[in-house]
Write a protein that binds this ligand. Structure first.
Ligand code: ZN
Length: 208
């Protein structure tokens, strides 16, 4: 690198269909989840993630009322069970939303008892499934009315659709590529996950 230049490192991991990977982040690092080919979504979680509390806190932020929102948007935080903002959504692209309604799938929802996102993510994080507090499901299409939140009803994903989360403290998290093959608009594929470490000022060594 050039002396005095900003150095930014990126570590790329492929998360294959029906698997999950854990990422240990330091405060200030960003995790970017991308579908290279517009194929499929999955879930994101971290120990203690409280999606119900997040719905409420984001509703207060957006409306000044005790209302609940369905999804997180750019500029929103994800809160843990203590109400601490743990991640901030810093970038999103594509039609799918960052759903904070669904609990993620689990083995009992599949006739063949394959591992669902809850199973995959809890295993990746090294915690019991029952300890998973919440999930954020990404690349989700939905509609809602006075009867129901109607999710997973189809979405038009494009290559390069992505979302990014900035870690606000040192935290573990995990990303799954959902094993479900029946969601309209999804097909089995891999996710590209990039951990981006922020730039730091160079040492000033010539030619370093
Ligand atoms: Zn799933």
């Amino acid at each position: 690198m050039k002396a005095g230049a900003m150095e930014m490192s990126e570590v790329v991991t492929e998360v294959g269909h029906g698997t999950a990977v854990r990422f240990g982040l330091s405060a200030g690092e960003t995790i970017r989840i991308e579908t290279p080919d517009g194929s499929q979504g999955g879930d994101f979680s971290f120990p203690g993630f409280d999606q119900g509390l997040t719905r409420n806190k984001l509703g207060w932020k957006r409306f000044g009322r005790p209302w609940l929102v369905y999804s997180a948007e750019t500029g929103d935080s994800l809160f843990d069970v203590d109400g601490e903002a743990t991640f901030e959504v810093t970038s999103m692209a594509g039609e799918g939303v960052a759903d904070i309604m669904y609990p993620g799938c689990w083995d009992e929802v599949y006739p063949d008892r394959r591992q669902g996102c809850q199973d995959l993510i809890s295993a990746a994080l090294g915690i019991e499934r029952r300890e998973l507090q919440g999930m954020l499901s990404f690349f989700i299409g939905f509609a809602a009315d006075e009867v129901a939140y109607r999710g997973l009803a189809g979405v038009d994903l494009q290559p390069g659709d992505h979302l990014e989360f900035l870690a606000l403290r040192d935290v573990d998290c995990a990303v799954s590529a959902c094993p479900d093959t029946g969601i309209p608009g999804w097909r089995p594929g891999s996710l590209r996950v990039v951990v981006i470490s922020p730039g730091r000022t160079g040492s000033g060594e010539p030619g370093a």
